[in-house]
Design a binder for this molecule. Structure first.
Ligand code: IMP
Ligand code: MG
Length: 388
């Protein structure tokens, strides 16, 4: 059985950790979207690693960065170097599609320039060049990995891209080629045998088509993109939707259940809610059930996984948005007012109050919560009903 893991909120739901757990029963871990804007925090034993581009597998998995992923060569090389300390054979298990789009310094420069030009309307991107890499590609002036095999051809492409985008420093080919040399032998579309886990990035609400446009990322986060983005197919698969017991968002854009005062700050501190890619404080708020239900419908999930349930331990009251003052619709999301219901908090996850909280969510979205994660390590995941 293959699996697709996606985030049901605005990213940072803890997908990396869930992928790591599920990786034990899969042969291949495949990235099919996003780029170095992603930051999946994974503990390999006691060592914490933030995966921006490398799939979050363990010691036995084959890893494939498929064509839907935007590759930043510098980030990729430094990640390979880091993780080689834990898994010395990592490179032998890694495969990168020649069709991946490359993020060059031009796109990062464009990303920051665009954000500045937008002023108050800026998206709050991660500055990793994601939007411009997608738009340059759509304009057919982008660089793909296969362009890197021929220096003359690459230089011509970079010249055209620099000229069209107004980028002044034309001498970036040699740096890109040096980085490319280090992974050149890993470029191939591998033959995939065995079961595949498709590792999603960002979250449904950040999907460019199904999220809160224009405050979204530029590559799809929905599970249906797993096949288009990777070029693989599956006859039998399950979709895992990961969500936090509360909601966070990093960057600008609508966030109906956001807590602006002390309660937001308390969740931020308790949950260590600071961006793993940019270090920015994440905006925090209560869980939003209409939003969660929407994401479940869009992604047609089979299993729900709740993460960071322990962060709320010991709070007096816990809020849940149970409805809005009007029907949930994306085009209305900046105007809608959430109606928050408060329930009694819980001491620990064995408490009946916590069990009730989970049941309320299940009833609302019409799906069972199969796993509950309550800490950063792979072991801190429990099947429902909660026991450990
Ligand atoms: P971009 O993907 O860097 O263009 O950023 C677009 C929006 O998506 C910004 O609000 C980012 O903060 C957000 N974003 C992108 N990647 C992630 C992620 O992995 N986790 C959370 N937010 C993200
Ligand atoms: Mg993250």
């Amino acid at each position: 059985m293959d699996s697709i893991v996606v985030g049901l909120q605005w990213g940072d739901e803890g997908k990396g950790k869930i992928v790591q757990k599920l990786s034990r029963s899969h042969d291949w871990i495949v990235r099919f979207s996003g780029g170095a804007n992603a930051g999946h925090t994974v503990y390999h034993g006691k060592i914490k690693m933030i995966h921006h581009l490398l799939p979050s597998g363990t010691d036995k998995n084959f890893l494939f960065i498929s064509r839907g992923t935007l590759v930043d060569l510098e980030t990729l090389n430094s990640e390979i170097k880091e993780i080689s300390k834990i898994y010395p054979d990592i490179k032998e298990r890694l495969f990168i599609s020649p069709y991946c789009r490359i993020v060059t310094p031009i796109e990062k420069w464009q990303d920051n320039a665009l954000e500045k030009m937008k002023g108050k309307k800026s998206v709050g991107t991660t500055g990793r060049g994601i939007g411009p890499t997608v738009s340059n590609d759509a304009n057919r002036i982008g660089i793909r990995i296969f362009d890197m095999f021929d220096e003359k051809h690459l230089t011509e492409k970079i010249e055209m891209l620099s000229e069209i985008s107004g980028f002044k420093d034309k001498d970036i080919s040699s740096k890109l080629l040096n980085e490319f040399e280090m992974i050149k032998d890993r470029i191939t579309e591998p033959e995939i045998n065995g079961s595949v886990l498709f590792e999603g990035t960002q979250g449904i609400m950040l999907d460019p088509m199904y999220g809160t446009y224009p405050y979204v990322t530029s590559t799809p986060s929905v599970p249906s993109f797993a096949f288009y983005g990777s070029g693989l197919q599956s006859q039998k698969y399950e979709i895992w939707g990961v969500f936090k017991a509360y909601t966070t968002r990093v960057g600008a854009g609508p966030f109906p259940t956001e807590l602006l005062g002390d309660s937001g700050e308390e969740i931020r501190q308790r949950g260590g809610e600071f961006g793993s890619t940019t270090g920015r404080p994440r905006r925090c708020g209560w869980i939003d059930l209409p939003q969660l239900k929407y994401s479940c419908r869009i992604s047609n999930i089979d299993h729900l996984v709740m993460t960071k349930a322990d962060v709320l331990n010991g709070l007096d009251k816990i809020g849940l948005c149970v409805s809005y003052d009007r029907e949930f619709a994306l085009y209305d999301i900046e105007k809608i007012k959430p109606e928050i219901e408060y329930v009694n908090g819980w001491k620990n996850l064995e408490s009946s109050e916590f069990a009730d909280f989970v049941s309320t969510i299940e009833k609302y979205v019409g799906k069972h919560v199969d796993y509950i994660s309550y800490g950063p390590s792979e072991e801190e995941i429990s099947e429902r009903p909660f026991s450990h």
